[in-house]
Write a protein that binds this ligand. Structure first.
Ligand code: FE
Ligand code: ZN
Ligand code: FE
Length: 210
């Protein structure tokens, strides 16, 4: 059904956001599990909890307009989540962490745009309760995005840079072992094993479909 009024468009956009948040509650645990950085894992786990609260808030917003809480496939977040899945399949160690952050920040920016619009629509429609609820989620999404920037700058991107050997000023030995896995293991510790084990699991189950 195509929206013919701002009120109808508001409902359509709410459904899109509701579906997107539900998809994220499934994706975030996988992203946390794939993270090598303790800090990053904690950030994803924490945002999972926030996301569950955001779903509750959307249900409250639906209630303010007497509409059932229902989702409608959010193609945008589906695509972003799909890209994250590919990163988990293909990457490893601190480079994977950097890619997880890049994907998660895409998701946050998408949500920031969505909730900014939704809060503004609520204001236009004179729905103060909805405006307040959507504004709270908007603030959470912005904080989540900033947290990810902080983590990227503090350690993850630096480690990923080291893993690529871009600034390789170390003994010649590390130069020759670059990319072989030995160096990556040294810099990422035991999680290299785990990510690789996960990757080979996945290659059995999903590679054939791609
Ligand atoms: Fe969200
Ligand atoms: Zn969407
Ligand atoms: Fe979010």
């Amino acid at each position: 059904m195509a929206a013919t009024s701002l009120q109808e468009l508001f409902v359509e956009e709410l459904r899109d956001a509701y579906d997107g948040e539900k998809r994220l509650t499934k994706a975030l645990p996988k992203m946390a599990k794939a993270s090598g950085s303790e800090e990053l894992r904690a950030a994803f786990t924490n945002h999972l909890r926030e996301t569950e609260g955001q779903i509750k808030r959307l249900e409250q917003v639906f209630r303010t307009i007497g509409e059932p809480a229902r989702g409608k496939k959010c193609d945008g977040l589906m695509g972003i989540i799909e890209e994250g899945k590919h990163a988990i399949e293909e990457l490893d160690g601190s480079v994977l962490d950097a890619a997880l952050i890049a994907g998660a920040q895409r998701a946050e920016h998408y949500e920031i745009a969505a909730y900014g619009t939704l809060a503004y629509f609520a204001e236009m429609l004179g729905n103060d309760k909805a405006k307040d609820l959507l504004g709270q989620t908007l603030d959470e999404e912005k904080a989540a995005d900033e947290k990810l920037s902080t983590i990227a700058k503090s350690s993850v991107n630096r480690e990923a840079l080291m893993a690529a050997g871009t600034e390789d000023e170390q003994e010649p030995m590390t130069r020759s072992s670059r990319g072989s896995g030995a160096r990556r293991m040294a810099s990422t510790g035991s999680r290299g094993n785990r990510s690789r084990a996960m990757a080979s699991d996945r290659s059995r189950s999903t590679r054939g479909r791609r």
